[in-house]
Ligand binder design. Structure first.
Ligand code: ATP
Length: 701
């Protein structure tokens, strides 16, 4: 297999990543305990060389994050006038444990960039323990959505917040809620002591997301002495009930399980101060509306509770529902608004045509080309396809709603920690999941709605990092134009990587690894090399090329068709000297000069966008029959295509004959042509589109 060298590389990267994250954890521990600065200095001085290396890495990571935060600001959100108001408010806030003197010292210590940055953490009413945690995570400035909502939330407003994926919406509610509970308006009425009832309720659509947000509350809330509890289905009730009985400040969970706990009399919202609906649109879309309404309805005096609603996508119907849950004078901070581009601007959005049957062959190559050695999440429409594909891809694991919760957790934590680098998931992983180093998203087919596209592709390119989202599809059947129009994404229509391109890349990597081999091996292998040179009949360069190929894992290079990406097929263009409006006309022309069984053997027939031709794939072994056969048909030409012409695309929403999009013509960088277009009347290779599983309602993923 061609991926050996790259896998080695990936393992090295993962190792490094783990060392880095360990360093962060250690640092956080030392910050959060109450040891004096002097002790810390001594500890630091004693730190081993590798520790200091880790610190160096961490510093540069922090600088990177700071730069990214500043860049994000420049994207146009945090206005300086607002920020200066924030600074004033902070100076006036008596409840804040940081006194003015300390603040001055801090500001003096802060580097220039921090002072100049209006979104610097020090410019907000964020108390010392939270600042310490933020610092330990390399966060020195708030992202725009956080900066623009912080005061409103801390000062008691209901709020609807919207920012693109990966822009830090979680901390946008975590930080002000925690400050409010410990230093702000919610402090006075907050229940404390054993058996206390929760002050905060956070609802999320999936278990994985609930756990992730709960972990944030544990880290940040823990620094302030607040406890949290995550309630989600598939996990035993008992441990959740024990926690609730002991008393918690923050409850995070999925609607179904929260409702169950209410019905069992385990939850009392009489002292609730905050309700958060994260990924609100998804929760409501999944059919949780009634559960959510029931849960929110359990708050007796809604006037005393602040309600916050966050998502990267807020369809109009959700905004309408929001008016039922939020107070009339709620604030709205919408950083996407009417901007055309609704998906992440840090992500390269690519479409590669591919038949269902070629997926498992093509995906490893896409990973090799686009994952930059990082992790990949592949989205399928159904649970079955996720399991099937995970079985076919080496080292991949599935994640979907039919997998036992305990296994789901093992899988996700293995993926997070880099134990394996390809996750094949349904929409259960589409929302909110923030996983370090996911560089590539592959969607096996276009999702049914634009929101799903936005959230899935948003699992990469987070917190100012970049990423790639590749969508595979059958242009004849997909509604790409609709997704393109509604998401504002301008897709790059590219060809699938050719095996020869991949082999070339692998060859360069292999050459690099060969230079790293010690000269000490030469005397041992020299006589075998001389023997080979003398007997092979090949030149030294040719022999070395073979050795490199073997090192890279190649013993042969297979061809792959431009149209369906299938191995051992070749793409042919048919022209009939007149327009070809229908597939049946194209088949009719072919039948005029080819035996029926050969016509039956072709796959993926699609009409060209100019209406003058049809392309299809033929088995390589049948190519000669096709090409020589045309001599018997006047006016007909058949040519092997080097670059795929633009193809007609189905445009469901507009119903035009020649859709606005079009396929092919694109080139994979360094590749040898575009491809696309499908139809297979013989065995309907594309019939398994698998919409059946759907994703509405509980447990469909
Ligand atoms: N101010 C900040 N500076 C640097 N990194 C940050 C900051 N705030 C959040 N992050 C990091 O950004 C990443 C994305 O944050 P988060 O998961 O909250 O995004 P999101 O907007 O909720 O995305 P999604 O819409 O996909 O749920 C996380 O890794 C988080 O730790």
């Amino acid at each position: 297999m061609p991926s050996l060298a790259v896998n080695e590389d990936k393992r090295e990267k993962k190792k490094k990543k783990k060392i880095d994250s360990n360093a962060e954890t250690l640092d956080f521990d030392s910050l959060s305990d109450k040891k004096s600065k002097k002790e810390k200095k001594i500890k630091k001085a004693k730190a081993s060389e590798s520790d200091s290396e880790n610190l160096e890495k961490k510093k540069s990571k922090k600088k990177d994050k700071k730069r990214k935060a500043a860049e994000m600001e420049e994207d146009g959100s945090g206005t300086s006038s607002e920020s200066s108001e924030t600074v004033d408010l902070k100076a006036e806030s008596g409840g804040n444990s940081v006194n003015k003197k300390k603040k001055k010292v801090k500001l003096a210590e802060a580097d220039e960039a921090e002072v100049e940055n209006p979104n610097a953490v020090s410019n907000f009413r964020i108390s010392a323990p939270l600042r310490e945690v933020l610092k330990s995570k390399g966060i020195e400035a708030l992202f725009p959505i956080q900066a623009m909502t912080f005061d409103a939330v801390l000062d008691g407003s209901d709020l609807v917040g919207r920012a693109r994926t990966g822009q830090g919406k979680t901390l946008a509610f975590v930080l002000p809620i925690l400050e409010s509970l410990t230093n702000g308006p919610a402090k006075a009425a907050r229940k404390t002591g054993y058996g206390r009832v929760p002050s905060v309720l956070v609802l999320l659509p999936t278990r994985e997301l609930a756990k992730q947000v709960s972990a944030e509350f544990e880290v940040y809330g823990g620094a302030l002495g607040l406890t949290s509890c995550c309630l989600y289905g598939g996990a035993p009730y008992q441990s959740q009930e024990i926690k609730l009985r002991r008393g918690v400040d923050i409850v995070i969970g999925t609607p179904g399980r929260i409702k169950d706990h209410i019905e069992r009399g385990n939850l009392d919202f009489s002292s609730l101060k905050f309700r958060v609906l994260d990924e609100a649109d998804e929760m409501l879309r999944m059919g949780f509306v009634e559960d959510v309404e029931l849960i929110l309805g359990k708050v007796e005096d809604a006037g005393k509770v602040q309600t916050l609603l966050f998502s990267a996508t807020l369809p109009d119907w959700v905004k309408q529902i929001a008016t039922r849950f939020l107070k009339p004078h709620k604030k709205t901070v919408d950083l996407v608004g009417n901007e055309k581009m609704k998906a992440s601007i840090n992500v390269r959005h690519i479409i590669i045509p591919c038949s269902k049957s070629a997926r498992s062959q093509l995906i490893p190559d896409i990973i090799r080309c686009y994952s930059s050695g990082g992790s990949t999440i592949i989205f399928t429409e159904t649970k079955d396809s996720a399991s099937e594909l995970a079985d076919l891809l080496p080292g991949a694991r599935p994640l979907h709603g039919d997998i036992q919760q305990a296994q789901r957790e093992v899988t996700l934590s293995g993926f997070r920690s880099g134990k394996f680098s390809t996750l094949v998931a349904t929409n259960v992983a589409a929302r909110g999941l923030d996983i370090n180093d996911v560089q590539l998203i592959i969607q096996c087919e276009p999702p049914r709605d634009v929101e799903a596209y936005i959230h899935r592709s948003g699992r990469t390119g987070r917190a100012g990092n970049t990423g790639v989202a590749v969508m595979l599809c059958d242009p004849r059947r997909s509604n790409i134009s609709k997704i393109e129009r509604e998401s504002g994404v301008k897709f790059e229509h590219l060809a699938a990587p050719q095996p020869s391109d991949l082999a070339k890349a692998a060859g360069s990597e292999a050459a690099e690894t060969i230079t790293q081999v010690s000269d000490g091996v030469i005397p041992i292998f020299k006589s075998a090399a001389e023997e080979l040179l003398n007997t092979s009949g090949l030149s030294p360069v040719e022999l070395l090329a073979k050795a490199l190929a073997k090192t890279a894992g190649y013993t042969e290079i297979k061809s792959r068709s431009l149209l369906t990406s299938m191995e051992n097929y070749v793409t042919v263009l048919l022209q009939a000297g007149r327009p070809i409006y229908t597939q049946s006309f194209a088949y009719g022309v072919l039948r005029r000069f080819l035996p029926e069984e050969k016509v039956e053997a072709l796959v993926g027939l699609a009409l060209t966008a100019d209406g003058n031709g049809a392309v299809f794939d033929v088995p390589t072994e049948d190519l000669d029959t096709f090409l020589s056969g045309q001599e018997n048909a006047a006016g007909v030409s058949l040519d092997v295509v080097k670059e795929l012409p633009r193809l007609q695309q189905r445009d469901e929403s507009r119903g035009g004959r020649f859709g606005s999009g079009g396929w092919g013509g694109g080139r994979f960088s360094g590749g040898s042509g575009g491809r696309g277009g499908f139809s297979d009347r013989r065995n309907d290779r594309f019939s398994g589109r698998g919409r059946g599983g759907g994703h509405r309602g509980n447990g469909k993923w």
